[in-house]
Design a binder for this molecule. Structure first.
Ligand SMILES: Nc1nc2c(ncn2[C@@H]2O[C@H](COP(=O)(O)OP(=O)(O)O)[C@@H](O)[C@H]2O)c(=O)[nH]1
Ligand SMILES: [Mg+2]
Length: 156
């Protein structure tokens, strides 16, 4: 595995810009350089974490309504460095067929995306490590992915 510290240039998160959304892994930007993805249940604070990290309040769209983002959103830090806002999982009101499709997409993204170098997993502290979180962690471990787990939400 490539060492992130060996990336060609220092990372300036404030330079992040929206690149594109992808409805499926096939539509993602070219699989070159490296990217770090933010994963977690719907409404766990993925987009807010990206906005905090990049010091850009409105870079990633946040919403009180869970289940809004069903696209993979890519943010460029440089030509070869990206942050990725993954669709949230575990939202009860999404039809089962849609959930299954998204589970497959997430699994394929974690398994096959070569530029994916790390996963930041957001958890609502009131519901730490639900079954879909454990499934996600299982895929990440199977793909030898470094994972950081965070529980940013103290109150709501
Ligand atoms: N109390 C609290 N609310 C948060 C925090 N992070 C995000 N939120 C709120 O939780 C909701 C969902 O956040 P969002 O970033 O859109 O979650 P996502 O669906 O995982 O991308 C929004 O209304 C945010 O303002 C946090 O650390 N604490
Ligand atoms: Mg979001």
């Amino acid at each position: 595995m490539t060492d992130i510290s060996a990336a060609p240039s220092p990372v300036n998160f404030r330079h992040a810009t929206f690149m594109q959304s992808a409805s499926a892994v096939e539509n993602a930007p070219p699989d070159i350089g490296w990217e770090v993805a933010f994963a977690g249940r719907s409404n766990s604070g993925k987009s807010s974490a990206i906005n905090t990290l990049t010091e850009q309040g409105k870079l990633a769209r946040t919403s009180r309504t869970p289940g809004r983002t069903q696209l993979i959103n890519f943010f460029g830090l440089s030509d070869s460095q990206r942050l990725v806002d993954l669709p949230g999982y575990g939202y009860a009101k999404v039809p089962l067929a849609v959930k299954k499709k998204w589970n497959q997409q997430l699994e394929r993204y974690l398994q096959y995306r070569e530029s994916l170098r790390g996963l930041v997993m957001l958890m609502d502290i009131r519901h730490p490590l639900t079954d879909p979180d454990k499934q996600m962690l299982g895929w990440a471990v199977a793909a030898s992915m470094p994972v950081i787990s965070c529980s940013p939400k103290q109150t709501n």
